[in-house]
Design a protein around this ligand. Structure first.
Ligand SMILES: NC(=O)C1=CN([C@@H]2O[C@H](COP(=O)(O)OP(=O)(O)OC[C@H]3O[C@@H](n4cnc5c(N)ncnc54)[C@H](O)[C@@H]3O)[C@@H](O)[C@H]2O)C=CC1
Ligand SMILES: O=C(CO)COP(=O)(O)O
Length: 333
């Protein structure tokens, strides 16, 4: 039986642990708090992140990373992106030397602007054949309810992507393989920034035309950055690009979308952070994405605007006026 360690028992780590167990794996679900691990094991429910959802028997919770790591064929990483480097440094010595490291995270490291696969490579020394990412339109609560969804598992080594695909393929979860790791990661991280923009627009009372325009132009700027960084343009038309963007920007379940809505309604950043209980990666990663855009000399006006509103005190109404007044352009360039 495939043994999998899932590091991070928040909403996505827990929901994906369910998928893996439903696909037949023996899953160890690690989280920092021993009391929560005990509650999960005794009640079969993770009350803090997925209340009301019964976890399959194949999921065992633990607060001991060594126990989670034991014999793991895959180590699935599902902690907030900005905490990965420090956590992974502690877990690496515990993992078998051939474990495949799988990122579920949709953020870019602040300061270094490194993608999660780059952080994993740096910290563990693993080669590209041992590093995979999973990304797509996968709102955790829906997956935990076993509602149907597709996704992408990406690894430079296609055979490894196929192994991971087999490990998480169920009647309600349909993963496709891809070898474009850079594109899949950027698709997931930048969509959180665009979801903030769409949420802000909704909170300001703007209509569906505005949202459709933001989603489409958001995908255009994501694709421009991706091409500059060596990604395949097709990835952005796929599940890790358009698929995730549409799901996230349409769903009240999205933490980034909701965060933006609160800002657009006039809450301050501090007030919005105070009412946000889970990780909204775009809030920090918008600055890393903006730094990447500048490094690669790519025009990303929506990302610049989100950074302005979230971190630099720009008022949403003023930002909208500025965006609409940008010089006229050809759509495709
Ligand atoms: N929730 C969702 O629908 C989806 C989330 N993701 C991505 O998955 C990643 C994890 O997000 P969620 O599970 O949703 O977040 P969450 O906020 O629900 O859970 C985060 C988990 O990390 C733990 N944590 C927080 N700080 C930590 C630290 N310093 N060290 C160790 N553990 C720490 C928390 O206790 C919690 O267990 C994010 O990058 C997110 O973008 C991707 C797809 C879907
Ligand atoms: O990535 C997600 C869905 O694919 C979840 O989005 P949020 O992090 O905004 O909730």
């Amino acid at each position: 039986m495939t043994r999998v360690a899932v590091f991070g028992n928040g909403s996505w780590g827990t929901a994906f642990a369910m998928v893996l167990a439903d696909a037949g794996a023996q899953v160890s679900l690690w989280g920092r708090r021993a009391a929560l691990a005990e509650t999960i094991n005794s009640t079969r429910v993770n009350p803090d992140y997925l209340p009301g959802i019964r976890l399959p028997d194949g999921v065992h919770a633990t607060a001991d990373p060594a126990r989670a790591a034991e014999g793991a064929e895959f180590a699935v990483l599902a902690v907030p992106s900005q905490t990965l480097r420090e956590n992974l440094a502690a877990w690496t010595p515990l993992l078998p030397a051939d474990t495949v490291l799988v990122s579920l995270m949709k953020g870019v490291e602040l300061g270094t602007s490194k993608r999660m696969s780059e952080v994993i490579a740096e910290v563990t020394g693993a080669g590209p054949e041992r590093i995979a990412v999973l990304s797509g339109p996968n709102l955790a609560r829906e997956i935990a309810e076993r509602q149907p969804a597709a996704s992408v598992v990406a690894c430079r080594d296609e055979a490894v992507a196929r192994r991971l695909q087999a490990a998480c393929h169920t009647g309600y979860f349909r993963p496709y393989t891809n070898t474009d790791v850079v594109g899949c990661e950027l698709g997931g991280a930048v969509k959180n920034v665009i979801a903030l923009a769409v949420g802000i627009a909704g909170g300001m009372g703007l209509g569906d035309n505005a949202k459709g325009s933001l989603i489409t132009r958001g995908l255009a700027e994501t694709t421009r950055l991706g091409l500059a960084m060596g990604a395949d343009a097709h990835t952005f038309a796929g599940l890790a690009g358009m698929g995730d963007l549409v799901a996230t920007c349409s769903s009240p379940l999205s933490r980034n979308n909701t965060f933006g809505t609160n800002l657009g309604r006039g809450m301050t950043l501090e007030e919005t952070i105070a009412v946000t209980k889970q990780t909204a990666e775009g809030v920090k990663s918008c600055r890393s994405v903006r730094d990447l855009a500048r490094r690669y000399d790519v025009d990303m006006p929506l990302t610049e605007t989100v950074v302005g509103i979230v971190h630099e005190g720009v008022q949403p109404a003023a930002a909208l006026k500025e965006l609409m007044a940008r010089s006229a352009k050809a759509e495709l360039r």
